[in-house]
Design a protein around this ligand. Structure first.
Ligand code: SF4
Length: 323
């Protein structure tokens, strides 16, 4: 965190869970101080529900709440880039693509001028194919803060390097000691903002650890990737995150690097993509005799429902191992 007087806010939601280290490092290097919203909570959800359409998925309701909460403090900028495609011929969900515009239309008119604080300037640059780390986009963003290209380039290189360092470190840790520490290895698949938000999923990864099981996620995959055949899908699977989830599931099922005991799909209520993909992956798991659990995440705040199903799943796996 920089001590700069320029303050930029980042909501802890959606693509934050994938790219925040890169963003933070880039802005800090430019001398910009970065504030994030607090972790998801019942309060954040209730703030977000005011803006979201009733049939919005849970992550979008929370995303609105995170943005709304950032208007409580004085920030000069709100960083909410648009993501369109993460790879060729596939698209991010329309709700993610359009979220920045929804914020501009729904949150800004309500919060601007009402609170004593001034509304932050919205930085909404578009990120398209391969360019979560696109130099030109970062150069455009950097121009809000300095006209010194060398400084922007340095900040950009530092962000990309730090992002790569963290990704490599994570997958090398996974290949090392951590795997041996737990009795069971469970593949956990879904969108990053569902897997790594402890409020949405009621702390599934921590609960697995408590049950002596390691939840292995997309981020643990080797950074050189894993390719699998997508030709059976129209357009080779239309959704970017759909491809990622399917590939991750197939990597876990392949048995490369580790033997998985079971697979859990975290799917939020109201997600069109997950409602289809969950059955496709369930069938792949069934064909390979791999135990599969679909956990639907909704707005219930009591942990008991999720925990009971998780414990029953782990018990079933233990019985299968003859324990
Ligand atoms: S992919 Fe699903 S969970 Fe993500 S924003 Fe779209 S509908 Fe919501």
């Amino acid at each position: 965190m920089s001590n700069s007087s320029i303050r930029l806010a980042v909501p802890r939601t959606l693509l934050y869970y994938r790219y925040f280290p890169l963003w933070e490092s880039f802005f800090n290097e430019l001398g910009v101080s970065v504030e994030t919203s607090k972790p998801s909570s019942a309060d954040i959800l209730s703030r977000g529900s005011k803006y979201a359409h009733t049939d919005s998925c849970l992550p979008i309701k929370l995303a609105f709440g995170h943005v709304d909460s950032l208007f409580d403090s004085q920030n000069d900028y709100l960083f909410l880039p648009r993501f369109f495609r993460l790879e060729n011929k596939s698209f991010v969900c329309p709700k993610v693509i359009g979220f920045t515009d929804m914020v501009r239309c729904c949150v800004y008119p309500q919060r601007s001028g009402v609170a004593e604080t001034k509304a932050p300037y919205l930085i909404d640059n578009l990120f398209d194919i391969h360019n979560h780390s696109n130099e030109k986009v970062f150069r455009d963003i950097g121009r809000h803060f300095t006209s010194n290209y060398l400084k922007i380039n340095r900040a950009y290189s530092s962000g990309v390097k730090y992002h790569k360092f963290l990704s490599d470190k994570r997958s090398s840790i996974f290949r090392g000691e951590i795997l041996k520490r737990f009795k069971m290895k469970i593949g956990v698949i879904g969108h990053p903002y569902n897997i790594h938000d402890d409020y949405i999923n009621m702390g599934v990864l921590k609960e697995l650890n408590r049950l002596d099981a390691l939840g292995v996620t997309y981020e643990d995959m080797p950074s050189d990737g894993f390719e699998c055949d997508l030709s059976g899908f129209p357009s080779g699977l239309f959704w970017s995150f759909g491809r990622e989830i399917y590939r991750t599931a197939m990597y876990f099922m392949s048995g490369l690097d580790f033997k998985m005991d079971g697979l859990i799909y975290l799917a939020p209520f109201g997600c069109g993509l997950d409602s289809i993909l969950v059955y496709i992956i369930q069938n792949e798991a069934r064909a390979r005799n791999i135990p599969f659990l679909n956990l639907t995440l909704d707005e219930h705040s009591a942990k008991a429902g999720i925990l009971t199903r998780l414990e029953a799943f782990i018990d079933m796996l233990s019985c299968g191992r003859g324990e």
